[in-house]
Design a protein around this ligand. Structure first.
Ligand SMILES: Nc1nc2c(c(=O)[nH]1)N[C@H]1C(S)=C(S)[C@@H](COP(=O)(O)O)O[C@H]1N2
Ligand SMILES: [Mo]
Length: 170
């Protein structure tokens, strides 16, 4: 072997090694994004670490249910999800307001006092089925509108973000 081909061999080995590493991590990312995608990112105040949650993570929390009509559906709907109050408590997040941002960049501010006063949920199922993005899923803030006439107005409808992607508590 000439010195030149030895150098080439060393380069080849290094390149093969480098090439194999990104392939392995790309596969991990791909399998995570198809089987258990992150659907919700929650951040707390003051640069505290953010939480990336999958549907399975949300389903581990106690299930909350609301049966109600809404301005966006025909007839009484059965929503299943997680109480926003319980979600905040489980992540030990405290703050006066939750900024909710949707996939379409719609953004709304929910005073966290609503979570205890009105018990809205972050719904992940409607009538027993996961909600597709085109059906305003995968996550939809739902208040118990029928249980309290005071919730049937634009203040609460505008807080009812669909296609929720992130929540930041401030
Ligand atoms: N993702 C998302 N959620 C949203 C909105 C939106 O544009 N995108 N509009 C909000 C506002 S301001 C209100 S009043 C109601 C409006 O519902 P409507 O467009 O069916 O009247 O949904 C709320 N949730
Ligand atoms: Mo609105």
């Amino acid at each position: 072997m000439t010195p030149r081909s030895a150098t080439f061999g060393a380069w080849l080995a290094a390149i093969l090694m480098l090439a194999s590493m990104p392939v392995a991590s790309a596969q991990n990312v791909a399998s995570r994004s198809t089987s258990t995608p992150v659907i919700l990112t929650i951040t707390g105040p003051g640069g505290s670490p953010s939480h990336d949650l999958t549907l399975a993570d949300l389903e581990k929390l106690p299930k909350a249910e609301i049966r109600t009509t809404t301005p966006w559906h025909d007839g009484v709907q059965h929503f299943e999800g997680v109480s926003l109050q319980v979600l905040m408590e489980s992540l030990k997040l405290n703050g006066a307001n939750a900024q909710v941002v949707a996939l379409n960049r719609y953004r709304t501010t929910i005073p966290t006092k609503d979570f205890s006063d009105h018990k809205p949920i972050l719904a992940y199922r409607r009538n027993g089925a996961a909600m597709e993005v085109r059906e305003k899923g995968p996550l939809f803030v739902i208040y118990p509108y029928d249980a309290n006439a005071a919730l049937k107005n634009d203040t609460y409808f505008s807080r009812s973000a669909w296609q929720v992607r992130s929540i930041s508590v401030e």
